[in-house]
Design a protein around this ligand. Structure first.
Ligand SMILES: Cc1ncc(COP(=O)(O)O)c(C=O)c1O
Length: 424
């Protein structure tokens, strides 16, 4: 553990007045909840909104509701995504079907999607990973004729737009996350949005049965948010980052997560969401643009397809090899730069799913998992941090030659992105 300036990989700061609003939520629960629901309905232009305990809880409820309507059981998810996504599918009692993604855009490989989306598929998740808006209308074009629902996963992209529409307003139904490290946070929380009355009715039935968070749970979350707010500052983050038992940034697959209604303390913490979201989006976009200008040409950047633009929750870069990625992450660890991989593997390699997914291969997703690093873009970064990040990315390029590609293992190893099978 070294007491030095240390950037968290992602951060969504909360101010003391947000914490105070959390306590207001405790004493004015109904006003606080109803105001938040009304604001989200108006912002997204949807009729139905529910606030729940997390993004994965939201996805589980959506899947149960859709299954009530259609009876189908297969859920198409991107080959590379947050482990919470397949865990919600399993928790809903359904099956994961993988579709590979395009390493240049993180959108689906549309040729594969057209093959995978058959008459057994309940829904396809359109995931705006790291705030990079994907082509929801194109997903819908494939899905609609086959009676497949489109679910937008906006967990990492709140505040993003595509073609003049907010991400989250294009699918049949969508969900947001307010977990730590998301665009804005209330500790943990999620929202479900839909304009479809049939889905709304099925969701209302699912949500009517939800338990409320206990008082102890509400207060614990508030205290954790306050502690995180204090420790997330780059001048203090070296301390929690150096405590291995906190397991910060660790990705786990688990299905026993709570599914409750969002409580009014969390809703209170979100009281100033519009201001916070504007500020968060502006800094992420600015920082990402700055970093993108100095990425060396042989590092692959990921840009949205078509008319999209990205909020960049973190800035993704594809290194030429796993060794280059590891070298950059090591250097970041030494210098406290907050550069980190995203998920440890593609969904195909999640140990708990290995039996059920053994015949589903997603080579581009596997390659992404091996070579992807993400750079921080959040509000707590300074100009000097940007300079240090650029220097780190460039130095790894100078020090590690192309020969490093050769010894990497796995399906995509040792090959440049443009040598991989074409996505579409
Ligand atoms: C793409 C994606 N989907 C879903 C989720 C689940 O959200 P939560 O952490 O609020 O359960 C996450 C969380 O990290 C995510 O990144």
């Amino acid at each position: 553990m070294r007491a030095q300036r240390t950037l968290p990989p992602s951060a969504a700061p909360i101010e003391w007045r947000d914490l105070a609003q959390g306590l207001v939520g405790l004493v004015q629960p109904h006003v606080t909840m109803h105001r938040l629901e009304a604001e989200f309905r108006a912002h997204f232009g949807v009729k139905h909104v529910w606030f729940v305990s997390s993004g994965k809880a939201a996805l589980t409820l959506i899947l149960r509701a859709l299954h009530r309507l259609s009876g189908r059981r297969q859920v198409v998810v991107p080959g590379y995504t947050c482990f919470s996504v397949p865990s919600a599918v399993i928790r809903a009692g359904l099956s994961v079907r993988l579709c590979d993604i395009n390493p240049k855009t993180f959108d689906y490989d549309f040729v594969r999607l057209a093959e995978v989306a058959d008459s057994e598929v309940l829904c396809v998740l359109a995931t705006h990973l790291l705030g990079i808006g994907v082509d929801v209308p194109r997903v819908a074009e494939i899905c609609h004729p086959k009676g497949i629902f489109v679910v937008e996963d906006v967990a990492q992209a709140f505040g993003g737009e595509r073609g003049g529409k907010f991400l989250g307003s294009m699918g049949h139904v969508s969900f947001l996350s307010f977990g730590r490290g998301k665009n804005i946070t209330c500790g943990s929380g999620g929202a479900i949005l839909t304009n479809d009355d049939r889905i709304g009715e099925a969701l209302a039935q699912e949500c009517a049965q939800l338990p409320a968070e206990s008082l102890a749970g509400r207060l614990k979350n508030w205290v954790e948010v306050a502690a995180t707010q204090f420790l997330i500052n780059p001048s203090r983050y070296w301390f929690p980052a150096g405590l291995p038992f906190l397991k910060l940034g660790e990705t786990k697959f688990y299905t026993d997560f709570p599914i409750t209604r969002m409580d009014s303390v969390r809703a209170g913490l979100l009281r100033r969401w519009k201001k916070r979201l504007c500020r968060s989006t502006a800094s992420r976009v600015n920082h990402a643009e700055h970093l993108l200008r100095s990425v060396p040409p042989h590092v692959q950047t990921i840009t949205p397809s078509g008319r999209g633009h990205a909020v960049y929750l973190r800035l993704p870069l594809l290194m030429r090899s796993k060794q280059e990625k590891d070298a950059l992450c090591r250097r970041s660890g030494e210098q406290g730069l907050g550069i980190s991989p995203l998920y440890p593997s593609a969904v195909e390699q999640i140990a708990e799913l290995s039996e059920t997914l053994s015949s589903q291969h997603v080579p581009q997703s596997t390659m992404i998992a091996e070579r992807l690093v993400t750079l921080p873009t959040h509000e707590l970064m300074s100009e000097a941090d940007l300079v240090r990040l650029c220097a780190a990315v460039n130095s790894v390029q100078h020090n590690q030659g192309l020969t490093m590609n050769c010894s990497s293992e796995g399906p995509g190893a040792g090959r440049r992105v443009d040598e991989l099978p074409r996505a579409n």
